[in-house]
Design a protein. Structure first.
Length: 174
């Protein structure tokens, strides 16, 4: 289903469960735009004739490359650098290309886990994961999660397991 979480930044006794990137559907629009930009640039280059054609073709190429950088490379980097990690102790989100941002939600603070799927999500096997936590941020919506129903079930089971472990530990304390 999904990759394993990285072990390097985990606390003692914490085990990796899932490491997810947003669903590949987030790349559909940038790829379509890239194809259109390349097609438009090729058409523009083929229509340029006469004196100064080389400079005009070069300008079309430069503009096409700049548009591709903005409309393709940035979304791909954003997709690649966005991760959702699920461990036996917490849910971690990390995102950002230049500036990294992150949020950790301990499983013990999670009150409810649900998911939402639109028609396209159902077709492609993705959706939104809605996590309600006891904290100042309340609810977090993670968009474009692959296999969202399986992730929701896994997260729910981990939350229950962690709550049972804490209750067991409290009963065993003197």
């Amino acid at each position: 289903m999904c990759g394993m979480a990285r072990e390097s930044s985990l606390s003692g006794g914490e085990q990796p469960v899932l490491l997810l990137h947003p669903h590949w559907k987030t790349l559909i629009r940038p790829i379509l735009i890239a194809v259109l930009v390349v097609a438009a640039a090729l058409i523009a280059v083929s229509l340029i004739h006469g004196s100064g054609a080389a400079a005009a073709r070069g300008a079309v190429g430069v503009v096409a490359v700049l548009v591709l950088m903005v409309w393709l490379i940035v979304p791909v980097l954003r997709w690649r650098t966005t991760t959702y990690e699920l461990t036996t102790k917490r849910l971690r989100t990390r995102y950002g290309i230049i500036t990294r941002n992150g949020r950790d939600i301990p499983l013990t603070r999670i009150n409810d886990v649900s998911f939402e799927k639109g028609p396209l999500d159902r077709l492609l096997g993705a959706g939104r994961l809605v996590v309600e936590s006891a904290g100042e941020h309340g609810q977090i919506r993670l968009r474009d999660i692959p296999h969202v129903a399986d992730v929701q079930a896994t997260l729910f089971k981990l939350v229950e397991d962690e709550q049972r472990r804490l209750e067991r530990d409290q009963r065993n304390q003197p």
